[in-house]
Design a protein around this ligand. Structure first.
Ligand SMILES: Cc1cc2nc3c(=O)[nH]c(=O)nc-3n(C[C@H](O)[C@H](O)[C@H](O)COP(=O)(O)OP(=O)(O)OC[C@H]3O[C@@H](n4cnc5c(N)ncnc54)[C@H](O)[C@@H]3O)c2cc1C
Length: 448
């Protein structure tokens, strides 16, 4: 039960009430039970205006923090079912739609997007992908992971294109995204009327009241900062750093390329017919601009053994970032009325291309649960949300961790390094030769 002081100010209601109970009814309908000393319980229902009376003070059934894949999928599904929701996004629209990160969408991710009418763009412009190639000191081999995984394939579609589609769709449906509005803190998550304090685009403070808050604002967002003491955090630094590169060049091979080399890992991932993502393992602390373009291409060709297997298609490097491979998972993912989704719930290294896929899956699970709760007063899905998503998160973490071990060896010549490199080599041999190992790999690689 919410104390009346947490309700939007309404003098008429206050004059009547000793106790006010705010019941979320979804579909923009607000139902208030007012207990009057004179009349007993009165029921008041109104279509909720997302803005309440005080300037800078607003309300919605669900306040979504962050307009990344997680927040936008969640917002779109909720809006489609008539749930009053708003998305608060710190960055500007142009920035959000220009962030080049993921590109490999799992088959299950595509099915979720299709189910909710969000897959038009990826079907028009995405490309199906089903093969990966390993290049090692013992030669190269290819895995047709789609054939091994009963036809399940990736769709390659750059994350920034998916985000742009999701933004457009949400706005076209009449949704509200407050670009430039930064969530500062989530308060009173242990009550039925949590609040989100925000800093608006013009610097003024604002406040959103909600029934539920979805923290889709990434690893450094306000949701994570607002968690109660006692939240368990599993953090692991895998001790590996990648230089992430986007090159204005067509893909050099028709497969994801994983090169294991004594100088370090190199990776090749298609994005579009004009742009390709490459990764180069580098020393921890290397600045993104430390290497010249020539050095980058020479190093990529060396590690990918271009002399033996064919040259790379070079082009201008248009984006660079440094990624320290880390895992960072929180437990539980629900704290009263606050839910963690996507990278806010669990950061995963890009070694197995799972992050965006988990974000979409978790958003869909939470959307279903919120709809059941807000429209049918069925809280079961919300109660199960954390455990259900953590199962997927740990499965992905397990595979991603295994991939890190497969693709990177210690560079030293001491006994321990030699031992671990021999293990890594043996693991690759097993993957090349064992059908059951390949089946397991394919299932993990393409699934989420
Ligand atoms: C180089 C790189 C390559 C990757 N490759 C892959 C891949 O191939 N496949 C894959 O599946 N994953 C990949 N990932 C991971 C993937 O990009 C992320 O897991 C995914 O973006 C997570 O989505 P999200 O919505 O949870 O978070 P984000 O995409 O980070 O979105 C969070 C949003 O919240 C906003 N925000 C933050 N703080 C606040 C605040 N206080 N108030 C309001 N808004 C806020 C941010 O501006 C942002 O727009 C890669 C990541 C990187 C860095």
């Amino acid at each position: 039960m919410s104390p009346s002081s947490r309700l939007p100010h309404d003098d008429e209601t206050r004059a009547l009430s000793a106790v006010v109970i705010f019941l979320p009814f979804g579909a923009g309908i607000r139902v208030i039970l007012v207990r009057s000393k004179t009349f007993g319980y009165l029921v008041s229902a109104s279509v909720r205006d997302t803005k309440s009376q005080r300037p800078g003070d607003h309300a919605a059934d669900v306040v979504v923090l962050g307009a990344g894949p997680a927040g936008l999928v969640l917002g779109n599904i909720l809006l489609d079912r008539g749930i009053a929701c708003v998305v608060l996004e710190r960055a500007e629209r142009t920035q959000v739609q220009a962030r080049a990160r993921a590109g490999f969408l799992a088959a299950e991710t595509v099915r979720i997007l299709e189910r909710h009418g969000l897959a038009e763009g990826l079907h028009k412009r995405g490309q199906l992908h089903s093969t990966c190639e390993f290049r090692t000191e013992d030669g190269r081999f290819r895995l047709d992971y789609s054939g091994l995984a009963q036809g399940e394939r990736h769709t390659v579609y750059p994350q920034q294109h998916l985000v742009a589609d999701l933004v457009t769709r949400f706005l076209d449906r009449g949704g509200e995204i407050r670009f430039g509005s930064e969530a500062v803190a989530v308060r009173d998550a242990d009550t039925e009327r949590p609040e989100v304090a925000v800093r608006e685009a013009d610097g003024r403070p604002g406040l959103w009241r909600a029934r539920y808050v979805a923290g889709c604002d990434g690893r450094h967002g306000a949701a994570r900062r607002s968690l109660p003491a006692g939240t368990v955090r599993h953090h692991r630094d895998h001790g590996v750093t990648w230089l992430g590169l986007l090159a204005e060049a067509p893909p050099s091979l028709d497969a994801v390329g994983y090169a294991v080399h004594e100088r370090g890992f190199a990776g090749h991932m298609a994005r579009t017919s004009e742009v390709t993502r490459y990764y180069l393992q580098c020393e921890r602390g290397t600045p993104a601009d430390a290497w010249s373009e020539e050095r980058i291409w020479d190093e990529l060709e060396l590690r990918m053994r271009a002399r033996e297997y064919g040259p790379l298609r070079r082009g201008r490097v248009v984006q660079r970032c440094v990624v320290d491979l880390e895992s960072d998972v929180l437990e539980p993912l629900r704290h009263g009325a606050l839910f963690l989704v996507g990278d806010a719930a669990g950061l995963i290294s890009p070694s197995a291309a799972k992050g965006a896929n988990l974000a979409v899956l978790e958003a869909a699970v939470l959307a279903r649960a919120l709809i059941d709760d807000l429209t049918a007063q069925d809280p079961e899905g919300l109660d199960a949300y954390s455990a259900r998503c953590l199962t997927h998160i740990w499965r992905a973490q397990q595979f991603s961790h295994w991939m890190i071990g497969l693709l990177h060896g210690p560079t030293g010549t001491d006994g321990d390094s030699l031992f671990h490199n021999s293990l890594r080599r043996s693991r690759l041999t097993s993957l090349r030769t064992s059908r059951s190992h390949q089946d397991w790999f394919a299932e993990q690689y393409v699934g989420v």
